[in-house]
Design a protein around this ligand. Structure first.
Ligand SMILES: Nc1ncnc2c1ncn2[C@@H]1O[C@H](COP(=O)(O)OP(=O)(O)OP(=O)(O)O)[C@@H](O)[C@H]1O
Ligand SMILES: [Mg+2]
Length: 507
């Protein structure tokens, strides 16, 4: 057997930003035909390292070698020529162009025959490239009409094709949190495809789902505070130990702070009556008590997302009423809903929850500006005080309260959205996958914040990443299937249901 060779080597790479040493003399190697899992807390430096690998940013110091040769990559196009590419968290495809146009974007020249673009040659190549990632959609479908899963596959296919175009053997594909936007089934498909692609490429995989990293990587590298902590073969991995190395301490057995679960108060907070939306969900009636946490569970498409959408005002039901503390809500109006005291932590915080160009303080204070006024004017010391309190309470890792949100790491942007709602005066909070994309330590923080809210009498409707999380966090669970409420279960401390019982109901 041929000995494996390193494809890519970074030595003592350093990168600093004002107020943040993002990478401190980091070493990183990728071998031929391997999947390397890169993990670490929010803000550990993972994305920064990847941006250096593709030439999006330049390191302050350190060496970069590809296939044994020193390189300086000017930009991602330059990296692509060297067979290194990245699938972006936010996607880098052009929405109004088709799948095929996106595949070959700015490289169409290779398909020119006698001065004309050969659509036929393009189609043939596209079909063959897409078969690698098992995409069978019509090549003319605009990217805007495809699912995040398909978009991701098109990006992977494009990177594989580019490496072929530039005759680079064993390209390196970087996937930064690829599974946060995928359903369970799509995640499985992704890993099946990656395992096949691995025969001709190396893959760097970033994820906060440690199970997924352990199950699908060959080797695991841990970063902490911009430094190498350790690396090891995945077969020797132990999740508890990894968490410990990542965060610096071990976690209590009471994962979801179940031991802090309180009995909700008697007073009814939210009442939903005969709410329905044709073709999406049938009339549903339920209520929430003050301080109660209710989980909505069901498969994607079971109607749970639409029910939440109607409560937050983002969707309009066909019939029914929603009342908060006996006051009927105007339906289908997000601004009215906010005014009534309903908060919403959306699943896609990057695009919906946060003003990325504004500072951490601006975002955190956005909903409480009138409380921070003195004599009718915004009072900067009050603003600063509230921002600092929330940064501390939510443990947002930021160089200062005046840092621009776009410069925070992904997980810390999410904590900022949560802080925004926590500092506002709400009575009900709808949480759509609140722990997605956050590290184990930050998850614990979020569980703690949720429990504190409940203790303050705030009611919550929650949809979680895993059934275990739903069960652990909620007082009661509503199970939906095919647009109907099929079961309602108590999740009191003494009587937590088993995930397997719930799965039997939802599939
Ligand atoms: N453009 C920038 N300006 C200022 N600081 C930055 C910038 N980019 C990153 N940082 C800082 O560098 C550190 C590392 O950030 P990075 O995005 O690499 O973390 P990460 O490991 O990818 O975290 P996450 O898991 O949350 O995505 C953070 O402290 C972040 O605030
Ligand atoms: Mg990141």
């Amino acid at each position: 057997m041929k000995a494996k060779k390193p494809v890519l080597e970074l030595r003592r790479v350093t990168k600093s930003y004002p107020g943040a040493l993002a990478l401190d003399a980091v070493n990183f190697t990728v071998w031929e035909s391997e999947i390397v899992g890169l993990i670490g807390e929010n803000g550990a430096g993972k994305s920064t390292l990847m941006k250096i690998l593709i030439g999006l940013i330049q390191p302050d110091a350190g060496q970069y070698e590809l296939r044994g040769n020193p390189v300086t990559l000017r930009d991602p196009a330059n990296a692509a020529r060297h067979g290194v590419g990245m699938v972006f968290q936010e996607g880098s495809l052009v929405p109004n162009l088709s799948i095929m146009e996106n595949l070959f974007l700015s490289h169409e020249i290779g398909f020119r025959r006698f001065g004309f673009l050969s659509r036929r040659a393009m189609r043939e190549t596209a079909t063959s490239v897409l078969s690698l990632v098992k995409v069978t959609s019509d090549l003319d479908t605009p990217i805007a009409d495809t699912t995040p899963a398909v978009r991701q596959m098109v990006e992977i296919a494009r990177l594989m094709w580019l490496s072929r175009l530039y005759r680079q053997e064993n390209p390196v594909l970087i996937l930064d949190e690829p599974t946060t936007v995928l359903t369970e089934g799509e995640r499985k498909t992704l890993f099946t495809i990656l395992t096949e692609i691995k025969r001709q490429a190396s893959i760097i995989l970033i994820s906060h789902r440690l199970q997924e990293i352990v199950g699908n990587s060959d080797r695991i590298v841990i970063l902490k505070d911009g430094r190498n902590v350790t690396e090891f073969e995945a077969e020797h991995a132990n999740i508890a130990e990894i968490e410990n190395r990542m965060v610096g301490h071990t976690f209590a057995a009471e994962r979801y702070r179940e031991n802090e679960q309180i009995e909700p108060m008697n007073e009814i907070a939210l009442e939903v009556r005969n709410l329905s939306k044709r073709g999406v969900f049938e009339p549903i009636t339920f209520s929430l008590r003050k301080g109660e946490i209710v989980s909505l569970v069901g498969l994607v498409g079971s109607g749970k997302e639409a029910v939440c959408g109607c409560i937050t005002g983002l969707e309009k039901p066909d019939s029914g009423t929603i009342s908060l503390h006996r006051k009927k809500l105007a339906l289908g109006s997000p601004s009215e809903t906010v005014r009534a005291g309903i908060g919403h932590i959306p699943i896609d915080r990057r695009s919906e929850g946060l003003a990325l160009g504004m500072t951490v303080a601006d975002n955190v204070n956005l909903l409480v500006l009138d409380k921070l006024k003195a004599a009718g004017l915004i009072n900067p010391p009050l603003e600063k005080k509230n921002a600092l309190r929330m940064i501390e309470e939510c443990r947002i890792k930021t160089p200062s309260f005046s840092a621009i949100c776009a410069n925070l790491s992904g997980g810390n942007q999410q904590k900022t959205v949560i802080a925004k709602w926590l500092s506002s005066k709400i009575q009900l909070l709808v949480l759509d996958h609140p722990t997605r994309g956050v590290d184990v330590g930050a998850k614990e923080e979020i569980y703690r914040l949720i429990r504190n809210l409940a203790r303050d009498g705030i009611s919550m409707i929650i949809m979680c990443d895993t059934l275990e999380e739903d069960i652990g966090l909620c007082n009661r669970m509503l199970v939906m299937k095919d647009g109907r409420l099929v079961s309602e279960m108590s999740c009191s401390l003494a009587r937590k249901p088993n995930p397997s019982d719930i799965i039997a109901l939802i599939v």
